[in-house]
Design a protein around this ligand. Structure first.
Ligand SMILES: Nc1ncnc2c1ncn2[C@@H]1O[C@H](COP(=O)(O)OP(=O)(O)OP(=O)(O)O)[C@@H](O)[C@H]1O
Length: 318
């Protein structure tokens, strides 16, 4: 669906009000290569200024790269923009593609004309999305009067009306409450599963990534640091799993052989371990009477932060 080879994009940087020569060049994307297959959901992560938007802008045909090959669905995005745009949809959490003063329904009608969606198909899609996203109560409301969650739902419908094969999602759940976030995620899962829509997701919300993407790509300073399974990222770079143990009484000696003692707070002791939990649990219960045990998984957030902070390994690229 997407192939990117040795993508490089630079910007001239304005300094002191003057355009400098070749010395003042910002390499937003340095040498990025990846491929995304049809039907995949890939999380594209990186700290602010890493190069995510620049990559997406090249993929949507908005920017022309300095060098490298990019093909999306067999087309070169910036060369065959019209045909390319007809096959992709995009949702930007921070801004809407709807007409501000028009009722949602009229915005969708306009998009139908712009994308030349056949009437029957439009009606079918509108029916499906209205049901799945519960658009009914605000189809006649202008975009400016929608709540953020309603606006995001309407934008998702707008992005998918013309049956795109590829969907770019940029912070699709930003600013929403937990329930609204879940609803958006379920919808994305649904269109991916039922319509085979390929999704490239940029987000700072790692729960989005955990729920939706099995694969993640991490970019920093314009270069890919990691491309692989989210689970493998955790296994490779995640901190240890944790056993939180509530002993019946404050243990005289909290040290348990083979386990790393992380902290102790009265009868509650936390241990670090790697691998399966059964052996550490057996050791702890043999050590002293136990009231309760829970296993805490390392948080993906912490793992990613470690990767950004440590600039961990270009070897990480799978
Ligand atoms: N039009 C531009 N002119 C000059 N520099 C730019 C331009 N667009 C982006 N940059 C620079 O290129 C680098 C990458 O920016 P980009 O917007 O791709 O990052 P990002 O990963 O999308 O960040 P964020 O998460 O903040 O959106 C940044 O240093 C940015 O300042």
């Amino acid at each position: 669906m997407i192939t990117v080879e040795h993508l490089r994009k630079t910007f001239r940087v304005r300094q002191g009000g003057l355009w400098r020569g070749s010395g003042a060049v910002k390499e937003a994307v340095r040498d990025v290569s990846f491929a995304v297959a049809r039907g995949e959901i890939v999380g594209y992560l990186g700290p602010n200024g890493a190069g995510k938007s620049t990559t997406i802008k090249v993929l949507t045909g908005l920017l022309v790269p300095d060098s490298g090959q990019v093909m999306v669905g067999g087309l070169v995005p910036w060369k065959e923009r019209r045909a390319h745009v007809a096959r992709l949809g995009a949702v930007f959490g921070q801004r809407t593609t709807l007409w501000w003063d028009l009722p949602v329904h009229e915005s969708l009608q306009l998009l139908r004309h712009i994308y030349r969606v056949p009437e029957a198909r439009f009606r079918q899609n509108l029916r499906d999305f209205t049901e799945l996203l519960d658009l009914g109560p605000f189809l006649n409301t202008p975009a400016r009067a929608l709540s953020l969650g309603q606006r995001m739902r309407a934008d998702l419908a707008a992005a998918l009306l013309h049956d795109p094969e590829l969907l770019f999602l940029d912070e699709p759940t930003v600013g929403l409450d937990v329930v609204a976030k879940e609803r958006i995620r379920e919808f994305i899962q649904h269109v991916n599963a039922t319509r085979d829509v390929t999704v490239l997701l940029t987000t700072h919300d790692l729960t989005d990534v955990e729920r939706l993407a099995r694969r993640v790509m991490i970019i920093d300073h314009g270069a890919l640091l990691y491309d692989g399974k989210l689970a493998q990222l955790q296994a490779r770079y995640g901190s240890a799993r944790e056993l939180v143990v509530d002993f019946e009484a404050v243990p005289v000696d909290p040290q348990v052989p083979g386990l790393e003692l992380l902290s102790m707070d009265g009868p509650r002791v936390r241990y670090g371990f790697t691998g399966a939990a059964s052996a550490p649990i057996a050791r702890v219960t043999a050590h002293a009477p136990v009231r309760d045990i829970t296993v805490k998984e390392p948080e993906i957030e912490a793992t990613i932060r470690r990767i950004y902070e440590g600039g961990l390994l270009r070897e990480g690229v799978a």
